[in-house]
Design a protein. Structure first.
Length: 150
């Protein structure tokens, strides 16, 4: 019985170590931020290539989840998300409308995105703090566009 008690903790530790190694240990889910200094224009510069016409809703929901959780997203990570949506044919064109400084290290960026389905467009404010953190409330605009579509 004592021997069994000595072995039992291994049954708890080994699976957790295995899962830990599967998710990459201490690595962040986002790309490394070191050395990434891209301007707002460069974030969206590749978002005008059209490959095919697919639905736009998955991309919107993806953005909604990310922004409502206020993740720390680098410009490179945003660029990867937009490029994926562009390859799926979801984005037709993007245009940066304005960038207003609100503090020393923060600005509000208004971006207009045209989707392939029925030429829907929306203006989305994104708050950049220290160049990286983005916090927006995207859900209200997404719901308005989805109700307009139906």
């Amino acid at each position: 019985m004592k021997r069994l008690l000595k072995i039992f903790p291994l049954f708890l530790i080994l699976p957790s170590l295995f899962l830990y190694s599967l998710i990459g240990g201490k690595k962040s889910a986002l790309p490394n931020q070191k050395g990434i200094k891209e301007s707002a224009t460069e974030i969206f510069k590749n978002a005008n290539k059209i490959v095919n016409k697919d639905t736009i809703y998955d991309f919107r929901i993806h953005l909604s989840r990310a922004f409502n959780q206020q993740i720390r997203a680098t410009p490179l990570y945003l660029n990867l998300m937009l490029n994926q949506a562009t390859r799926n044919g979801q984005i037709k064109d993007t245009q940066i409308v304005s960038e207003n400084k609100i503090k020393k290290d923060s600005s509000i960026l208004i971006v207009k995105i045209w989707f392939n389905t029925d030429s829907l467009q929306f203006e989305q404010p994104m708050v950049y703090q220290d160049g990286w953190k983005i916090g927006v409330n995207y859900t209200k605009e997404r719901n308005r566009l989805l109700s307009k579509k139906q």
